[in-house]
Design a protein around this ligand. Sequence first.
Ligand SMILES: *[C@@H]1O[C@H](CO)[C@@H](O)[C@H](O)[C@H]1NC(C)=O
Ligand SMILES: *[C@@H]1O[C@H](CO)[C@@H](O)[C@H](O)[C@H]1NC(C)=O
Ligand SMILES: *[C@@H]1O[C@H](CO)[C@@H](O)[C@H](O)[C@H]1NC(C)=O
Ligand SMILES: *[C@@H]1O[C@H](CO)[C@@H](O)[C@H](O)[C@H]1NC(C)=O
Ligand SMILES: *[C@@H]1O[C@H](CO)[C@@H](O)[C@H](O)[C@H]1NC(C)=O
Ligand SMILES: *[C@@H]1O[C@H](CO)[C@@H](O)[C@H](O)[C@H]1NC(C)=O
Ligand SMILES: *[C@@H]1O[C@H](CO)[C@@H](O)[C@H](O)[C@H]1NC(C)=O
Ligand SMILES: *[C@@H]1O[C@H](CO)[C@@H](O)[C@H](O)[C@H]1NC(C)=O
Ligand SMILES: *[C@@H]1O[C@H](CO)[C@@H](O)[C@H](O)[C@H]1NC(C)=O
Length: 459
Amino acid sequence: MDKFFLVSFLGLLIVAHGVAGNLVDDNIGVLEEFESWDIEEENEVEVSPIPSWTSERGSKVLVNVDSFGAVGDGVSDDTQAFQKAWEVACSTAKSVLLVPQGRRYLVNATRFKGPCADELVIQIAGTIVAPDEPKNWDPKLPRVWLDFSKLNGTLFQGGGVIDGSGSKWWASSCKKNKSNPCRGAPTALTIDTSSGIKVKGLTIRNSQQMHFVISKCDSVRVSGVLVSAPGDSPNTDGIHITESTNVVLQDCKIGTGDDCVSIVNASSNVKMKRIFCGPGHGVSIGSLGKDNSTGVVTRVVLDTAIFTETANGLRIKTWQGGSGYVRAVRFQNVRMENVSNPIIIDQFYCDSPTVCKNQTSAVNISQIVYKNISGTTKSEKAMKFACSDTVPCSNIVLSNVNLEKKDGTVETYCNSATGSGYGLVHPSADCLSSHDKELIVTNAEVAETGREEIVHTEL
Ligand SMILES: *[C@@H]1O[C@H](CO)[C@@H](O)[C@H](O)[C@H]1NC(C)=O
Ligand SMILES: *[C@@H]1O[C@H](CO)[C@@H](O)[C@H](O)[C@H]1NC(C)=O
Ligand SMILES: *[C@@H]1O[C@H](CO)[C@@H](O)[C@H](O)[C@H]1NC(C)=O
Ligand SMILES: *[C@@H]1O[C@H](CO)[C@@H](O)[C@H](O)[C@H]1NC(C)=O
Ligand SMILES: *[C@@H]1O[C@H](CO)[C@@H](O)[C@H](O)[C@H]1NC(C)=O
Ligand SMILES: *[C@@H]1O[C@H](CO)[C@@H](O)[C@H](O)[C@H]1NC(C)=O
Ligand SMILES: *[C@@H]1O[C@H](CO)[C@@H](O)[C@H](O)[C@H]1NC(C)=O
Ligand SMILES: *[C@@H]1O[C@H](CO)[C@@H](O)[C@H](O)[C@H]1NC(C)=O
Ligand SMILES: *[C@@H]1O[C@H](CO)[C@@H](O)[C@H](O)[C@H]1NC(C)=O
């Protein structure tokens, strides 16, 4: 079916090429590359089996935090017990660090450092909860709570909960009250400088700030992770990917007060499949380019997602003055439900108390594909391509986009953006071709040449 789709889609592109006579060849390359890039599904091959410590012939070594003095009453400080258990689990091959079910373990900010012996499993079945008072937070670890680093081939699982107890942190955020100083807050779960990591079936909730950061990692698969925090909790991104490659997120349900997923500098080959987002600020690439920095993000795919009542849907955000690029991004099979900015590229992103000046330098955005995106928008401007005058966005491809507004009309906003549309594109994105009218093949134009049938039967 997919192959058929590819063939017919390319067929249409070639037809469109014939019609417009001036199609940017790059588009075909981008689509071809993406269509052939797919991940194997987690459920098909179980690489790391459920730890066999429950079975008689189990070869796993069980390291239970309770055996190291953890109390699990939600009140006693279990930090030391966790640290001791970590030392043993990390240094023992095939061990399972167990956080038992049905209890709440109060744990302070802690670094869990590798490298560890092979085949470590971190089995979080119970709840790990953070102390809730920002004033007592360890000043030496202001930005982390549970921080794992230098791991290789580690599996995190167990169906348990990581709870940041963030409400006092949110209240003391400068986003909530302008008289508060703008300090950062801890990330609930960090996995840093690691490779071959799997995280499955965990809940991360009410983080102090970001919920789950994947930083400087290669080869990470996250599946069945649930993130939840109130829609008005500040800066509580769901899953944040930075300086990481070959990351797969699948079957994740994220409701939070900031981006459901954010992908920033030096990240590439990120694939997201079956993502549910809302409340939240959508799936974002960026922000990039803050304080004149260089930001590069390439090869990102989001396939199958539902956005419900989010502030944005598919967003790329960059600051004026940055450099670098965002290239080769594909968003497809996405449903929007009452989303404020379903499709948005914002090269004028400015999340600072002072006004950001327009600058000539910008992060260059090109080869961005939106395919089969439908649903409802809250704002009139269902699609916004707000690009820099000096570094325009290019090769934006829209294919079968249909966004409607209840009781109202919809439109596309463009500034300095070029690209093309195929199949139904609603609202019309003619403004993408303002520099070269020939590039857009609208339904009407296709119909004029008698190709309407191709559009409707094959797309
Ligand atoms: C956590 O660490 C802080 C600072 O070191 C300390 O004051 C506090 O008692 C520790 N335990 C808990 C449960 O907050
Ligand atoms: C991780 O472990 C695998 C298999 O044990 C090994 O081949 C690989 O080199 C390791 N990677 C790193 C970064 O240590
Ligand atoms: C904002 O913070 C200031 C200083 O901490 C405090 O006096 C004020 O009551 C806070 N305002 C709100 C609305 O919470
Ligand atoms: C972006 O990533 C590159 C490559 O890792 C690094 O050199 C650069 O400092 C990063 N920029 C920022 C703003 O972190
Ligand atoms: C960024 O570059 C612009 C133009 O060169 C300069 O005016 C501005 O001060 C720089 N900003 C920072 C944070 O370095
Ligand atoms: C388009 O996306 C929707 C999800 O929003 C999906 O149900 C549908 O099957 C997709 N259509 C095609 C042709 O892939
Ligand atoms: C969309 O959101 C608006 C404002 O938040 C709300 O009034 C409206 O009922 C919502 N529409 C739907 C269809 O959910
Ligand atoms: C920056 O440039 C954009 C696009 O030309 C324009 O819409 C906007 O008003 C400018 N902003 C400022 C602060 O000059
Ligand atoms: C932005 O990237 C595109 C595609 O690689 C390239 O054609 C264009 O020249 C770049 N723009 C600038 C201002 O560098």
